[in-house]
Design a binder for this molecule. Structure first.
Ligand SMILES: Cc1cc2nc3c(=O)[nH]c(=O)nc-3n(C[C@H](O)[C@H](O)[C@H](O)COP(=O)(O)O)c2cc1C
Length: 355
């Protein structure tokens, strides 16, 4: 593993090659996350790098955020922001707490700088996460941060709720929206994870429209200031369905679209096919996603015009990737996999590189 900047391996890449690649990926995630949280007191006084971005009616400290899935339970928002992320999207949080899929469920494909996951929305549930966010907002003034990260809250469907029962689906998202919208700077309806059976069917416009309208009404009922609402879509949608979501977003006054989630495609991988087969089902993220995620973003921007906020995510790993996504029309960027491969200094490097 080599750092982006050239031939000399970084301390993190040596650590990654020597230790992390030999550790179970899920245990490595928890270990790394614990270390990041432990380092927060040291990091918190550092100035957030980059230039401010105005989007969704909010001021983001910089353009780059941590994508959903890393901090599913809102336990390390400020520590992650201290690494240089201007926003952190917690979740996916579901109405009911759930353990997720059986392990192993997280796999690295180092030859592709990619990750396959079938976590299945393991999370503490909306009630516990809401309590955690309430505690954080009470303690925040004492934290002494130079600048506060924007907090995104990503909500999804509980596994116990059947995807073909629209009323039950809406009630489930409603529970999360009611409990979490009061703490969210922006709210995301996730209908694009491949790991909850049937979830992606909710991307069909005739299901998505009433769901988004219901979440909108719920959020409005529990907040004094209007919380921006976004939808996160899959890269596996056909182009015409991407455009369908774009048209829907404009029609119902959605604030933005996050493109994209992980893919179920395994096309063009360097990882040997037998290894890929052994890993099995799940969402693929990282480098192999770059092309399609960029394409989806471009399609969206062409369709929605300049006003709707678009968040570009999927395979952003270098400064050039970040620039390409901004050129294609992204207002904000997010990443997950490159942060895993490149390490804790990566967010600052990208943010400084695009500034
Ligand atoms: C281990 C893992 C867990 C994820 N969990 C979620 C999740 O709970 N909700 C969600 O919307 N996206 C989730 N994602 C998708 C990411 O937010 C992101 O959309 C995707 O990984 C593409 O970005 P990347 O190529 O920079 O990783 C997850 C990704 C990974 C790798």
């Amino acid at each position: 593993m080599r750092g982006e900047r050239g031939s000399k391996p970084s301390v993190y890449s040596l650590f990654f090659d020597g230790v992390l690649t030999r550790t179970d990926p899920e245990r490595a995630h928890h270990g790394a996350f614990r270390a990041i949280r432990a380092a927060r007191p040291v990091l918190a006084s550092r100035r957030t790098p980059g230039e401010q971005v105005t989007a969704l009616g909010l001021t983001f400290p910089n353009v780059l955020g941590l994508a959903a899935g890393f901090d599913k339970n809102a336990v390390g928002i400020d520590a992650l922001a201290a690494l240089g992320f201007g926003h952190v999207e917690i979740g996916t949080v579901t109405g009911e707490p759930q353990p997720g899929n059986p392990k192993p469920r997280l796999f690295r494909l180092p030859e592709d700088r990619a990750i396959v996951n079938r976590m299945g929305f393991n999370n503490d549930g909306a009630e516990v996460v809401a309590r955690r966010l309430a505690e954080r907002s009470r303690g925040r003034d004492r934290l002494g941060h130079r600048s506060r990260p924007v907090l995104g809250v990503n909500i999804g469907k509980s596994k116990v709720v059947p995807d073909d029962d629209q009323a039950a689906v809406e009630a489930d998202y409603e529970k999360s929206a009611r409990l979490l919208a009061p703490y969210a700077d922006y709210l995301v309806v996730n209908v694009s994870s491949p790991n909850t059976p049937g979830l992606r069917n909710l991307q069909a416009v005739e299901k998505l429209r009433p769901l988004l309208e219901h979440v909108r009404r719920t959020a409005d009922a529990v907040t004094r200031t209007r919380v921006p609402l976004l939808v996160k879509i899959a890269p596996d949608l056909a182009d015409e369905d991407v455009l369908g979501v774009a048209d829907l977003a404009l029609a119902i006054g959605l604030d933005g679209i996050i493109a994209t989630n992980t893919t179920i495609s395994r096309a063009g991988l360097r990882t040997p096919a037998d290894r890929v087969g052994e890993i099995g089902a799940g969402g693929l993220s990282g480098r192999p996603l770059t092309g399609r995620a960029l394409e989806v973003l471009r399609l969206l921007r062409e369709r929605v015009g300049p006003d709707l906020t678009l968040v570009g995510v999927g395979g952003i790993s270098t400064v050039q990737d970040a620039r390409d996504r901004l050129t294609a029309g992204a207002d904000l960027l997010q990443a997950y996999s490159a942060f895993v491969y490149e390490g804790p200094l990566w967010p600052r490097r990208i943010v400084r590189g695009v500034a």
